[in-house]
Design a protein around this ligand. Structure first.
Ligand SMILES: [Zn+2]
Length: 208
């Protein structure tokens, strides 16, 4: 078995199946781009995300979380470009390869760098990484992050009472940021891939 870490997913692939697996993954990308041209699915903003994707591919739905179970897309009125849309396509391709060739999917070990604040305009920022086969921390792009707030002095692991401010997602370099409206404790929580189950990776920054 070869462990493969990919966009925050961990997959154990039989060495004999590696080439089949790559072909399957790349074939799924080809299929993704036929959905509008050949299958006529609605993609008014031409971002390769769909109003009603096939049931097998809920991550490709062009809608806000939680209608899309893993991403916070803008809907058919505006294009979603960049890392979130790419991550949705990659998770979809990897899930297809796993179903088609075998190799169960689970979570890569994911963690936040220190969440801090600064910059102009003032923002809270943090970097999401996962550990690759060599033990190195690799930036995790395109992952949905929930931002919540409580009063200064509240501990990050307090389970309830947080106010939802909104969602952001990690960029190509793994960094996520969110504008700071006022002082408080800001909590970043990863909305994980479905395979991660109840995993929640949270970190906080206190802004006095
Ligand atoms: Zn791919």
């Amino acid at each position: 078995m070869v462990p493969t870490y990919y966009y925050g997913l961990l997959r154990q692939v039989d060495i004999a199946d590696s080439m089949k697996s790559i072909i399957s993954h790349e074939a799924r990308h080809s299929w993704q781009f036929t959905l509008k041209l050949i299958d006529g699915l609605t993609d008014a903003d031409d971002d390769a995300l769909f109003q009603n994707p096939p049931a097998s591919s809920p991550e490709l739905r062009d809608a806000a979380y939680p209608i899309n179970p893993e991403f916070n897309f803008l809907g058919e009125a505006s294009q979603d470009l960049g890392s979130s849309a790419v991550t949705a396509r990659e998770w979809n391709a990897e899930r297809f390869a796993s179903l088609n060739v075998g190799g169960a999917l689970s979570c890569a070990p994911i963690s936040w760098s220190t969440v801090t604040y600064g910059g102009t305009p003032l923002q809270v920022t943090g970097q999401l990484t996962f550990v690759d086969d060599s033990g190195a921390a690799v930036p995790l792009a395109g992952v949905l992050v929930r931002i919540e707030k409580r009063a200064v002095g509240v501990q990050c692991d307090t389970p309830s009472g947080w106010t939802l401010l909104g969602y952001t997602s990690t960029a190509g370099d793994g960094w996520a940021s969110y504008p700071l409206p006022s002082s408080g404790v800001y909590r970043f929580t990863l909305v994980p891939p479905r395979e991660c189950g109840s995993l929640v990776v949270s970190s906080c920054a206190t802004v006095p």
